[in-house]
Design a protein. Structure first.
Length: 395
């Protein structure tokens, strides 16, 4: 039983690393594509918006569809979409092909987080669920770093960008076939078997929510938490430029923060498993606020040393919040619940840079960062509404 659970977790982590690695490769690709095809800033913005919107729009439907078809076939479909999107991108001749290709890549990414989270939650329903989801969350960040680094190295070594992109697409298509075989062998993510009786007496209203107040509180916490993550990572490089850091090195600040986040998502999952959700969340959000202020005040060199530490708590909070979804949703509605939470998170990641950017334009980047430090503390009073929804052991 334990070995099967570990193989399921490893499989989902591998797919997550591949999907997130490909999805976030867009950040590295867009400057290259803009130079090769002479794209305007407006066209770059449209491409990025299409890619993000596809993931946001289809995240929740993927969870709903899985209740009929099971997670397995949809996970394979998502990975295949990512592969096809990158193969098509490798043959791109202009703006329209790039736009459609990256829309398909975003569509594929939507069929990942909620579905894999549900598969892992079911596999670890007897214990260790939160730690397993922490491992899963961190695997995506390692994938982002690996694929961005590999593309940069190959492109810098003189390998044509379209050759690298096409190879990544073929890799994803091959991984989709392997994924189907593995999940079928493990008996994971199969089509749900309908049952005639319902054993859960809690009113579900079609969503399987055990505690509506607790789930609403968790949703707002995720919204605020991801809003700060998205805003900080978007404007961090600009903050470093204000500290007189060359543009080429300013972007490295984001890489350092993401590296810390990869370890934080793993470590914070373990933290919540050992010390409980509420205590861990209060600690992590408070340290995030302190860390943002410290980065603002610190000299440049010290700020760079602090960034990986800040990344641990800034992004590690995701493992605490996402790992709590399964505590508030009945077993037969896990995919739907994760789909809703991930949709809220995706929406926050899209909107927050615009709002914090407006504050930065009007009042300056330092006030915008201080606003983030304040917003990240707003989830703390919401813990009062979340605590009753959790079991004594989880809280």
């Amino acid at each position: 039983m334990a070995d099967r659970r570990k193989v399921i977790l490893a499989t989902c982590c591998g797919v997550h690393a591949l999907q997130d690695g490909l999805a976030n490769l867009v950040y590295v690709l867009l400057p290259v594509l803009a130079q090769v095809f002479g794209l305007s800033y407006a066209q770059v913005g449209i491409i990025r918006a299409a890619n993000n919107s596809a993931m946001t729009l289809f995240e929740l439907p993927s969870g709903l569809l899985s209740e009929r078809s099971g997670e397995r076939i949809l996970l394979v479909f998502g990975l295949a979409c990512a592969g096809l999107g990158f193969v098509a991108l490798g043959q791109a001749t202009g703006f329209l092909v790039i736009l459609v290709s990256l829309f398909v890549v975003g569509l594929g990414a939507a069929f990942q987080h909620a579905l894999s989270s549900a598969v892992i939650s079911k596999a670890y329903e007897d214990g260790g669920r939160r730690s397993a989801l922490g491992v899963y969350n961190s695997s995506g960040d390692f994938g982002k770093l690996a694929f961005a680094g590999l593309f940069t190295l190959l492109f810098g070594a003189g390998v044509a960008w379209h050759g690298v992109v096409t190879a990544f697409g073929v890799l994803a298509l091959g991984a989709a076939a392997v994924l189907y075989g593995l999940l079928r062998w493990l008996g994971a993510g199969a089509r749900p078997v309908a049952t005639a009786t319902a054993t859960d007496s809690a009113p579900r209203g079609g969503w399987g929510i055990r505690d509506r107040t607790g789930f609403a509180a968790l949703s707002v916490i995720v919204l605020l938490d991801i809003a700060v993550q998205g805003g900080f990572l978007t404007f961090l490089a600009f903050l470093m430029i204000e500290k007189q850091v060359p543009t080429s090195l300013a972007a490295f600040a984001v890489v350092l923060t993401l590296a810390g986040g990869a370890f934080g998502k793993f470590g914070c999952g373990l933290l919540a498993e050992r010390f409980g959700v509420i205590r861990s969340l209060i600690l992590v959000e408070a340290l995030t606020a302190i860390g943002i202020v410290a980065i603002l005040l610190a000299p440049t060199l010290l700020a760079y040393f602090l960034l990986p530490v800040l990344g641990v708590v800034l992004q590690g909070s995701s493992s605490i919040t996402y790992g709590t979804v399964s505590d508030l949703i009945t077993e037969d509605r896990q995919s739907r619940g994760f789909g809703l939470i991930y949709s809220i998170a995706s929406g926050a990641a899209i909107v927050s840079p615009i709002l914090f950017g407006y504050i930065g334009d009007r009042y300056g980047l330092t006030p915008a960062m201080l606003t983030m430090a304040g917003v990240v503390l707003l989830p703390l009073p919401l813990c009062v509404f979340l605590r009753p929804a959790l079991s004594p052991k989880s809280a």
